[in-house]
Design a protein around this ligand. Sequence first.
Ligand code: 0WK
Ligand code: 0WK
Ligand code: BGC
Ligand code: BGC
Length: 953
Amino acid sequence: MRLSDETLLDIMARFQAEMQKGLGKDTNPTASVKMLPTFVRAIPDGSENGEFLSLDLGGSKFRVLKVQVSEEGKRNVQMESQFYPTPNEIIRGNGTELFEYVADCLADFMRTKELMQKKLPLGLTFSFPCKQTKLEEGVLLSWTKKFKARGVQGTDVVSSLTNAMRKHKQDLDVDILALVNDTVGTMMTCAYDDPYCEVGVIIGTGTNACYMEDMSNIELVEGDEGRMCINTEWGAFGDDGALEDIRTEFDRELDLGSLNPGKQLFEKMISGLYLGELVRLILLKMAKAGLLFGGEKSSALHIKGKIETRHVAAMEKYKEGLANTREILTDLGLEASEADCVAVQHVCTVVSFRSANLCAAALAAILTRLRENKKLVRLRTTVGMDGTLYKIHPQYPKRLHKVVRKLVPNCDVRFLLSESGSTKGAAMVTAVASRVQAQRKQIDKVLALFRLTREQLVGVRDKMRVELEYGLKRDTHPLATVKMLPTYVCGMPDGTEKGKFLALDLGGTNFRVLLVKIRSGRRSVRMYNKIFAIPLEIMQGTGEEVNAGQGVPRSEVPACHPIQCRPGMTAALSLQLFDHIVQCIADFLDYMGLKGAQLPLGFTFSFPCRQASIDKGTLIEWTKGFKATDCEGEDVVDMLREAIKRRNEFDLDIVAVVNDTVGTMMTCGYEDRNCEVGLIAGTGSNMCYMEEMRNIELVEGDEGKMCINTEWGGFGDNGCLDDIRTQYDKEVDEGSLNPGKQRYEKMTSGMYLGEIVRQILIDLTKQGLLFRGQISERLRTRGIFETKFLSQIESDRLALLQVRRILQQLGLDSTCEDSIVVKEVCGAVSRRAAELYGAGLAAIVEKRREDQGFEHLKITVGVDGTLYKLHPHFSRILQETVKELAPRCDVTFMLSEDGSGKGAALITAVAKRLQQARRENVKREQKLRSIQPQDEEALIAREPCRKLFMLKC
Ligand code: 0WK
Ligand code: 0WK
Ligand code: BGC
Ligand code: BGC
């Protein structure tokens, strides 16, 4: 049993390896030192306060306590406690009875202390190895020490005790907020007084240690940020045979006679429950060998557990040690000579010395790991200590401290005895848990506002359906908030389209000018495009910036500004946007060397336009980030044509103006004929679909179909969604360019989700639930929380570290907990957006199914937009919601790879061909009636276009 320094250093190294093994995701299952995560992520920081109940079960004494933490802000803790016995029939009986007994003791304590009426949270110190996935849970891995109640191993002791309390005749209304191991309670207790304390050691009935480990080393728990306390359960060190070379016959004999043979082998060489027994077995062997007591063997010496650790401690006392030894041996019915007593003392010393040495070796391994984790040459730390053996054995602490300092000379270790047991520490953990729980409740209250029930989503679907019908009907159309705008696109391309077309794609994230070459037959389209920026001052032209009217010389006007303009400033503004567009077209034509080409142009204009024909579109109102004045109520094709005329550099034949949803539907329809819906989930939110002409009362004719641009962004502008609109939605709307408008869009589209998140974060910070209650200037800045950050923050692959980095970039200094909350807020906002999209889409596909009288409808939806494309979960949640709310529709979602520019070109091609066909027909008729050529244009104009399209279909 004499362990040399080399052996101790070797045991220290072995234990370091065991710790590594226990922390590893793959190696943990076979590790004997389990390194159990405790979900205690920080030591007390003095902000803990409140009143708590605490149970301390598993050590030599069972205690129930009431703990008052820092009344009136003073960092002090008041405790009242009551001990209760732990009879063997309880701790080795039936598990249910054990927890009923604990509940009885708790009830007795609460009755005595008149606490029955108070709903106090409870912290449970449970000194056995428990697997936890959260603070308020603990699945018992195995009993140790004196406990062996049946039916408890493998179960969650928190829910077992909670059930026992609920079933108790006094129905104890107590919430267990935290289960902590006694080592953790001890560390927290000592850390309350000494913030250097980051290790807790118990050397009592049993032995164990915990310490603060870096999250990045704890593979069993998600997240790499900060630290978490690990309960090493070092008592099991060697259960895999790692210590066979130092275990003696006495250790083996003791283990065989224990309640849990083969288990806790390290503990059985160290802790108070076993030390006395080891001494007994050694004395028995020596007596049998005639080396002691004249070979006398008293029956007492044969009785297991007859010699207890308190006896060993007594025998090792400096002065009265010998007298104590004589007295104890006499009590054991042994005639002991002077020499026998000295020898027995010596045996005690050897046994207890080995215990201290082994403890020191394992503790030294932990201290080395802390020093290495912190990358320090010298570690200064404090170890919180508790346990009867450590407290009552006269020599033990000194020996332990000495050996630890010998084994880790590069650590300045303070050993701090926990005066008030581990329950004070448990109360701290409970205080933190209760604060976190209270905060959690407040956060959940906010998140719940974004959690839509199935009923609510069905409500949204049905309300959307009503609005769709409302918009289609002639007499309700003018008031409809879902405008249901006819687009004069009546059919899908049939593959005969061919030619070169220019396309403009305005209104999404990027403004694109495209050249689209369509080759018929093989349905192949080649596209060349250039992305141009639309400066904010043009998007929201308010006139001041550029006084173009005063004839600024071209060389001085930055490229994208108009060169000539008519008198009257205001007009200049609309000019600005369209002149800028024309400038970009000019650049593109230059770049493509197409200056002279008189190409047909399809104009994707992603805003609500009332159309009278395929090439006429009056802007009803701006949405998203646009607010250029003097455009609303104007025909955008005319404005573009005028701008082209003003530039007088090239001429284009603007054949069609289409909405980006229509362009998207067409782009996808070119590949999949079932595609009859176009959906944009991008900066803005909108959907179009092919409607039966008979349902479109605004346009003549009942044959065939026409695409309707629903402009569902306006859904709810009549207040029909106010039941699910939150204060944050109202704040975003009030801060937007078009308050009161596009409410559905403002709850669902990319331009606004980030703003909703920002409003929520501001509110949570005001409530002190985030960023330590500090609202930074950045957080007050509108638009900083771009939607792309949501997509990044919500990506599963992203560790919390990266979330913090993103928040850092936004100038938001956050803790690990903050990052988790931000991620949740982003998730709640984007989930609601996707579900609302799903409800809206379910309404339209259900309508299509019913309109066509189908049992089941198979339909494809063409989708585009950065939110749908880039967000990690949006598309999945949207699809699941449609499946849920329109179960009789089999909806295929087809991502539009090439953007709506292609669709616009296809529509232009169709329109162009029909224009052609119309001209030919006219010629044919002319010939038939030999009428004058010059009236041709008039003839065309008069001829309602719709019919021509029909021809095609
Ligand atoms: C006192 C602590 C308790 C712990 C005990 C260990 O309050 O949580 O279990 O120390 O020492 P023992 O009583 O087993 O000697
Ligand atoms: C790409 C399309 C464009 C549309 C945009 C919407 O080509 O017409 O406006 O998607 O997505 P966003 O760019 O707004 O995310
Ligand atoms: C248990 C530990 C406990 C230690 C000290 C051991 O038997 O497994 O969980 O910390 O005793 O009480
Ligand atoms: C516009 C729609 C457009 C949608 C997606 C909305 O703001 O009103 O016309 O389709 O954004 O870009």
